[in-house]
Write a protein that binds this ligand. Structure first.
Ligand code: PEP
Ligand code: MN
Length: 348
């Protein structure tokens, strides 16, 4: 339930509503918005009696939240969430934010070189895994903390904020010491202890859709993060399992409008994992922007055939340049623009 206050409600009237909620044994979440002030109720298992609030001074209405996810729903918050990154990118403000980088950090030289290339081509943030969730236990698992150090060095050199995966709850604090955005991978979308751990962090979270997760399951996963007090969640469609081996996954573009109609959180698309083949990455990126995605997360490697993971879906830098040009064209056809690259001086 959400208690929507009148425009001119006083602090005392809001405090009185909070008091009633707490007296019922629930938690109150007062929220100031652009268009309204509301007090959300969390911690209740069943329905709350609206009669407890209707008629209180300053209360306009008591709105039951019809979805199982609450804080994530548009009923809960009607302003869109904008997630700000160091350097100024604002994900969800209407612009198209492009995060790019290799699947994995492979060496200091590799990440420093590709970061500079991507920065010069207009990327807004650098991705790269230091801890990799691999299907085979014998495959390259990432450089671990050393990889995080190299990412931090790449940020110093380029000003690009860092997006990198936190693979397990015990690693969240360490990864958050280096990262600007904590990625939760598709395989971990329903790892509830991990969702709670990133929810306790102050860093924004990029939450990828599980490869066989419904939209409702994705939104409930995001609810775990918000329920722990972290409102800065960016959702990410990264493809679901299909039946045709022509692509690794099916990038589900219906997820973009479906998510946008249900939540105030931004949603990006990952056409790299969503297709698995570099020839499909540019067309599907353009389609995702046209479908309303708040941005893209794309794998790029200076030499994809030698990449230690996901080389087949990694763009060559020249293809990334083409992607940025064409993405700008599609965005402007929609009255949008690409998020500008950060000032190099943001970090140095
Ligand atoms: C990745 O981003 O490299 C990755 C492992 O993605 P996903 O969790 O979507 O498979
Ligand atoms: Mn990858």
């Amino acid at each position: 339930m959400l208690i929507v206050m009148k425009q001119d409600a006083s602090h005392e009237q809001i405090a009185a509503v909070v008091k009633v909620i707490e007296a019922l044994g629930y938690e109150a979440r007062p929220m100031g918005g652009r268009s309204r002030t509301a007090v959300g109720i969390v911690g209740n298992d069943g329905a709350v009696d609206p009669g407890r609030f209707v008629g209180m001074a300053g209360v306009r209405e008591a709105v039951p939240v019809s979805q199982p996810y609450k804080q994530v729903s548009r009923e809960w918050k009607d302003d869109r969430t904008v997630v700000e990154l160091p350097g100024g990118a604002r994900i969800g403000d209407g612009s198209v934010t492009v995060i790019a980088g290799p699947c994995a950090v492979e060496s200091r030289e590799q990440i420093l070189e590709i970061a500079q290339i991507l920065r010069d081509m207009g990327a807004s943030a650098l991705r790269g895994g230091a801890y990799k969730p691999r299907t085979s236990p014998y495959a390259f698992q990432g450089l671990g903390e050393e990889g995080l150090e190299f990412l931090a060095e790449a940020r110093e050199a380029t000003g690009l904020p860092i997006v990198t995966e936190a693979l397990e709850p015990g690693l969240v604090e360490l990864v958050a010491d280096y990262a600007d955005v904590l990625q939760v991978g598709a395989r971990n979308m329903q790892n509830y202890p991990l969702l709670r751990a990133v929810g306790r962090s102050k860093k924004p979270v990029l939450l990828k859709r599980g490869m066989s997760a419904t939209i409702q399951e994705l939104l409930l996963a995001a609810e775990y993060v918000l329920a722990e007090g972290n409102p800065n969640v960016i959702l990410c469609e990264r493809g679901v399992r299909g039946f045709d081996s022509a692509s690794r996954n099916i990038l589900d573009l219906t997820a973009i409008p479906a998510v946008k109609s249900r939540t105030h959180l931004p949603i990006m698309a990952d056409p790299s994992h969503g297709t698995g083949l570099r020839t499909m990455v540019v067309p599907m990126s353009l389609a995702a922007i046209a479908a309303g995605a708040d941005g893209l997360i794309v794998e790029v490697h200076q030499d994809p055939p030698s990449a230690r993971s996901d080389g087949m879906q990694s763009l060559f830098p020249v293809q990334f340049r083409e992607l940025m040009e064409r993405a700008g064209t599609i965005a402007s056809a929609e009255g949008r623009s690409l998020t500008p690259a950060p000032e190099t001086s943001a970090r140095i």
